[in-house]
Design a protein around this ligand. Structure first.
Ligand code: GLA
Length: 381
């Protein structure tokens, strides 16, 4: 059971927290940059989690958030309605504002929050969604997981200003052990699909900052593409809803770079739905092929890969892995590699190729589909 957040709360504020909850990071198996375009995603929750321990603010405080993290141990103190703190605490202020709009937290409510997380930051594993979902779960235990996901999404999107989609918060709130989640981001239909395959996670060590990175730019390009495609198909609401059989027409209607971005989104949408079907049927080999195709589309068309990620994927392919691709926004971060249960050579082969190219190792671990957000006990059993 994770204790650091609870211990830090006690140490910092001198009292026992009122509640604690934890929420996982994620890796996305396939369906990249489809969520904010109304398409499907297929993520799993990972074992690494953020934990938030919460309690009432200091007597006499009104509308104050005091937050502390095991990363730096210094207390951030802000009027959460009026100011957005720098860095990680902004997500907590965003969560409080959203809970206020749902009448879960009073406007003058004061809160203390201590957080601890083992989800690596900037590795494309969704550390910020894990933090926001953990805090929302601890602060609002009566809300359903889908509502928690919505609160955490709006905290990040509307308050912190990262133009992300709903994938990360949704899987963090709804994740189920041993399952991947097929989530249709336009209809919000969610289907759990058993996932017990062997998956490696390769951290390229190249960090990215989403709020200043390419995500906002790509999203603007996709919006522009929809605007132009509406001339062809006025009822088009989401880029991902463009029929895949009409790709030639889409290519004629758009110029670069919008053409490539849109072709990625429309073909990735079809690929993801097909991949989910294959996974259900246990056809891992074909499923793996789609992972390679997805990476290629991200690299060539969406231009969100990085040389480090391409090195990992190419080495995995040469070693005979079933599939490999970048996961998350890209531009650095981590890659996933699907291997047979008995495979012993892929990981060392990737390691050798990476060290040869970059003169440093790339940490490789195995990932298991883990549980979504839940409350944590305050006392040791
Ligand atoms: C980031 C965003 C997600 C999603 C991915 C790309 O992780 O937070 O919502 O858009 O990029 O698939």
């Amino acid at each position: 059971m994770p204790r650091p957040a609870i211990d830090l709360f006690r140490k910092t504020f001198g009292t026992t927290p009122r509640a604690a909850a934890s929420a996982p990071g994620r890796v996305n198996l396939i369906g990249e940059h489809t969520d904010y375009n109304g398409g499907p995603v297929l993520p799993i929750a990972i074992a690494q989690r953020a934990t938030a321990a919460i309690g009432p603010g200091a007597p006499g405080d009104s509308g104050v958030l005091e937050a502390v993290s095991t990363r730096d141990n210094s207390v951030v103190r802000v009027k959460w309605q009026e100011e957005l703190p720098e860095g990680w605490a902004a997500y907590l202020a965003g969560v409080l504002r959203e809970l206020w709009s749902l009448d879960v937290v009073p406007p003058d409510g004061s809160v203390r929050i201590a957080v601890a997380s083992d989800v690596p930051i900037g590795a494309g594993l969704s550390s910020s969604a894990a933090l926001a979902v953990a805090a929302a779960t601890a602060l609002a235990p009566s809300l359903a997981p889908r509502q928690i996901a919505g609160v955490a999404f709006r905290a990040e999107h509307d308050h912190v200003g990262v133009r992300c989609g709903v994938m990360d918060q949704t899987i963090s709130a709804l994740g189920k052990r041993g399952h991947a989640l097929l989530f249709e981001c336009a209809s919000l239909e969610a289907t759990q699909i058993g996932f017990g395959a062997r998956l490696l996670l390769v951290d390229t060590g190249k960090r990215h900052d989403l709020s200043t990175g390419g995500l906002n730019q790509r999203r603007a390009e996709c919006e522009e593409a929809v605007k132009r495609l509406k001339i062809e198909l006025p009822e088009l609401a989401w880029l991902a809803s463009w029929p895949v059989e009409w790709l030639p027409r889409l290519k004629r209607a758009l110029r670069e770079p919008l053409r490539s971005r849109a072709v990625h989104v429309v073909s990735e949408t079809a690929r993801t739905r097909f991949a989910a079907q294959l996974l259900r049927q246990g056809k891992l080999k074909q499923f793996g092929k789609l992972l390679y195709e997805s990476h290629e589309s991200c690299r060539r068309l969406y231009e969100c890969s990085s040389p480090e990620l391409d090195t990992v994927v190419a080495a995995a392919k040469r070693a005979g892995a079933l599939g490999a691709r970048l996961t998350g926004a890209g531009w650095g971060g981590a890659a996933i590699v699907l291997v047979n249960k008995t495979d012993k050579k892929t990981a060392p082969a990737i390691q050798r190729a990476f060290e040869r190219a970059y003169g440093r190792p790339a940490p490789i671990s195995e990932v298991q589909a883990s549980a979504g957000a839940h409350a944590e006990r305050l006392y040791r059993q």
